[in-house]
Design a protein around this ligand. Structure first.
Ligand SMILES: [Zn+2]
Length: 378
């Protein structure tokens, strides 16, 4: 079957899967438009384990002239697209790391950066990868030179034509009606690139393929700080929609050997190597559980419905194990590509929903179109 882009999958929606949906969706009712599913409670938490901490929306100073921007979150308050960013203040200009996902967070980040930068321009912006929550705010960094890995630039270019002309009203993202344009990076580099902002060395390092085939991280060796982009998700279930999970785990293991004290993740609170190792453990545990079921010829959707992840079930966004199970399956059956297989995730999610509904279990039923919409930004 031809692989759809995320947007095509959202637009064609029910038409392609109505037969499968009717067979699989159980009590979940698909509407005529877009395949909406009745609202369903979120997956049950595991009371034996801790809940995620709560973290603030703030621009936090990590070292002289080095700041991380977090949008805030907690057990019930960090959805897809709620990403982090960073800014380094130099003698003449500021360098930003990631642009966030829309006018409200991007403008908030920029205005806080301008306060600490005392009016210096943000002259450079580096996108860690192509996902919307890291590049969609590029338009607000007026006058900045935007750079990325070539894979990231190519993926952004592909999305330019289908980007709506205005922002849709979305809580904490956009008031609605603001002019919207997706601005691609204009400078690319494949390996490492180091900026010296006064005394601060900012070393961009290619980390892919991991979360995507174009991941960049910013390492500040003097301060032992790593802005990891979406190579790191802390207390938030990682999105593997474009990922090579085996290589991603290897990247985490490599970072464990680096001289790093502080890691700013793409999602979740600022922490360190211990939390990065935990995220790798999420994939390891899921990998072991999924592999047993793969070998037993279970489908990815059925496997995801059957798997419990213990402490990781308490992370923000636990339903992402469906997408992540599909991604593991793709490694094992030889169908892995850099692209997101929206059809396969949708089928797995419908099956997952049907199994959970049929078993009358509490919660754990996820509308597939929400998964696909969420994959636009992660
Ligand atoms: Zn991402």
């Amino acid at each position: 079957m031809k692989q759809l882009t995320r947007r095509e999958a959202m637009q064609t929606g029910t038409g392609l899967v109505v037969g499968a949906a009717a067979a699989l969706a159980g009590r979940a009712q698909l509407s005529a438009q877009g395949g909406a599913v009745n609202p369903i409670p979120p997956p049950a938490r595991d009371p034996r384990y801790a809940l995620p901490p709560t973290w603030a929306r703030e621009l936090k100073q990590l070292a002289p002239n080095v700041y991380a921007y977090t949008q805030g979150g907690g057990p019930d308050m960090s959805g897809p697209g709620v990403s982090n960013a960073g800014v380094i203040v130099g003698p003449d200009y500021m360098l930003a790391i990631d642009a966030l996902q829309g006018p409200i967070p991007a403008k908030d980040f920029i205005s806080r950066a301008q306060q600490v930068g005392r009016g210096k321009p943000i002259a450079r912006l580096v996108n860690t990868h192509h996902h919307g929550d890291h590049v969609a705010g590029n338009q607000f960094f007026t006058g900045a030179e935007i750079s990325s890995h070539p894979y990231c630039r190519n993926e952004v270019l592909k999305a330019v034509a289908s980007t709506p002309k205005t922002w849709t009203a979305t809580p904490n993202l956009a008031r609605g009606g603001e002019p919207r344009v997706l601005v691609p990076p204009t400078v690319t580099f494949k390996d490492d690139l180091t900026y010296f902002l006064g005394d601060t060395e900012v070393r961009f390092v290619f980390a892919g393929p991991a979360h995507t085939w174009g991941d960049l991280m910013a390492y500040l060796p003097q301060h032992k700080i790593l802005f990891a982009g979406d190579v790191a998700f802390f207390w938030v279930a990682p999105y593997a929609n474009n990922s090579y999970i085996t290589k991603w785990i290897e990247t985490c293991d490599k970072i464990a050997g680096w001289d790093v004290d502080v890691i700013v993740p793409g999602h979740g609170p600022i922490a360190g190597k211990k939390e990065l190792a935990e995220m790798a453990n999420y994939f390891r545990v899921l990998g072991v559980e999924a592999r047993k079921r793969y070998d037993a010829k279970m489908t990815a959707g059925a496997a995801a419905a059957d798997i419990r992840l213990g402490r990781f079930d308490n992370w923000v966004g636990p339903e992402r194990l469906i997408m992540d199970t599909v991604r593991w399956y793709q490694e094992w059956d030889g169908t892995l590509t850099p692209d997101y297989d929206a059809n396969r995730v949708r089928e797995a999610t419908i099956e997952y929903n049907a199994i959970k509904a049929g078993a009358k279990k509490t919660g754990a039923i996820i509308p597939w179109e929400r998964m696909i919409a969420a994959a636009e930004a992660c």
